[in-house]
Design a protein around this ligand. Structure first.
Ligand SMILES: NC(=O)C1=CN([C@@H]2O[C@H](COP(=O)(O)OP(=O)(O)OC[C@H]3O[C@@H](n4cnc5c(N)ncnc54)[C@H](O)[C@@H]3O)[C@@H](O)[C@H]2O)C=CC1
Ligand SMILES: N[C@@H](CCC(=O)N[C@@H](CSC=O)C(=O)NCC(=O)O)C(=O)O
Ligand SMILES: [Zn+2]
Ligand SMILES: [Zn+2]
Length: 371
């Protein structure tokens, strides 16, 4: 079938709107009509060419919501008409990782997913007879896409696509990192580096679990008001500390010894170090969420770890997609979490590049494309 897609033909170039061809679902696969998709910083990172798994041409996008339109042989959990959220972290419930109960990082289809292919090693998308890569197993920058059944969370039918698509990445990543990965306790002091689409959800999660003090750090002063609305108690703009400002020293003083939990939500190794070193001696836990470019590395004095700080990371907020995503959709529908105020812009697919421009300028939190 012909579908409409924003295609990434080359690294560093704007996406191009094209009619591309999509093959129907094969065994274990599902055809989904995507109704809405968010734009995440990770899409921009891959488009930049800095992602070692970035393949071109590809159809990017991994923060979608839509309706099942067809299923391939052997699909048992989904049927046409079901409302779903695509999962870049699937949940097969059978692989070593899923069975371990120690991680959400299902490994059953990770190898082919990283090569931009379906689990059988082929692509369903093509343009002028040439294959186009899938992206993060989702490719939500197309109005129809094909995914493995294990990479779809079935959600309630009354949830609005243009809001709950954000649960496909940003909301779950931020809130999940607090609840499932770091397991922040009530009364904690939390510091969040980067107050974008992810960091604001970390703040929302920290508020949800009853953190007493939530410190936000961002170089964009416009982020202060929205972060306070979501529960931030203190704002620090590193630029206000001057060119030689000591952000770690400042945070340690502000928190009387360091934060119980810190989160890096930018993708900058310098900030990752600052986040670790501003965690409290003896027990502070620092969670890396941000994705840094190929070739970048983190460093610190081992003494920082010897003296009891712990450095951990979180992918998709530690959430098990098919199990946890429907629950997070329920939280939204029950007004337990706020998504609406974080979706600052909506665009048609034809204007998707404007969404990335606004992200780069710090003008948007989340832009949603509605089909
Ligand atoms: N681990 C995971 O599962 C996931 C990771 N990510 C990654 O999380 C990061 C954040 O993503 P988004 O929130 O969508 O990005 P965003 O672009 O919406 O937000 C980034 C924020 O960081 C701030 N910032 C930039 N440089 C800074 C600095 N030097 N000091 C303080 N603040 C600074 C910006 O002003 C902005 O508010 C990206 O690296 C993205 O790839 C995103 C989703 C899932
Ligand atoms: N291909 C990238 C890896 C980027 C990355 O870390 N992705 C996160 C999700 S980011 C979502 O917006 C993730 O889930 N990682 C786990 C995984 O298995 O990919 C690179 O190599 O830099
Ligand atoms: Zn994302
Ligand atoms: Zn698995």
């Amino acid at each position: 079938m012909d579908v409409k897609a924003a295609v990434a033909f080359e690294a560093g170039k704007p996406l191009e709107i094209e009619n591309v061809q999509l093959e129907g679902p094969k065994a274990g696969e599902v055809l989904v009509e995507i109704k809405a998709t968010g734009l995440c910083h990770t899409d921009k990172y891959t488009l930049s060419g800095a992602d070692p798994e970035g393949l071109f041409p590809a159809i990017l996008g991994h923060e979608g919501a839509g309706i099942v339109r067809d299923v391939g042989p052997g699909v048992t959990h989904l049927k046409p008409g079901d409302h779903v959220i695509p999962l870049y972290t699937p949940e097969c419930r059978e692989c070593k990782s899923c069975l371990s109960r120690k991680t959400n990082l299902c490994t059953s289809i990770r190898a082919t997913q990283g090569k931009g292919l379906m689990p059988d090693g082929t692509s369903r998308f093509s343009f002028k007879g040439q294959p186009i890569h899938h992206y993060m197993g989702c490719s939500t920058f197309a109005n129809y896409t094909v995914l493995p059944e294990i990479a779809l969370a079935k959600i309630r039918p009354d949830a609005p696509f243009d809001k709950v698509c954000y649960i496909g990445c940003g909301v779950t990543t931020g809130i999940g990192a607090v609840l499932f990965t770091a397991k922040v306790e009530p009364g904690s002091t939390v510091a969040v580096f980067g107050l974008g689409g992810i960091g604001l959800n970390v703040i929302q999660g920290a508020k949800m679990v009853g953190a007493d003090r939530i410190i936000g750090i961002d170089i964009n002063p416009d982020r202060e008001a929205i972060a306070r609305k979501f529960g931030m108690t203190d704002f620090v703009n590193p630029k206000d500390l001057g060119p030689n400002g000591d952000i770690v020293g400042h945070l340690i003083e502000l928190t009387e010894g360091g934060a119980d939990y810190t989160f890096e939500c930018v993708g900058n190794p310098t900030l990752m170090r600052q986040a670790l070193e501003s965690a409290h001696r003896g027990w502070g836990v620092s969670t890396i969420i941000g994705v840094a470019s190929a070739g970048q590395e983190i460093s610190t004095r081992p003494f920082q770890l010897v003296t009891g700080r712990r450095w951990i990371g979180s992918a998709f907020g530690g959430a098990r997609g098919r199990t946890d995503v429907p629950k997070i959709v329920d939280w939204y529908m029950e007004h337990k979490i706020n998504i609406d105020d974080l979706i600052t812009h909506k665009l048609p697919l034809e204007q998707i590049n404007e969404g990335f421009d606004m992200m780069a300028k710090g003008e948007s939190i989340r832009t949603v494309v509605e089909y």
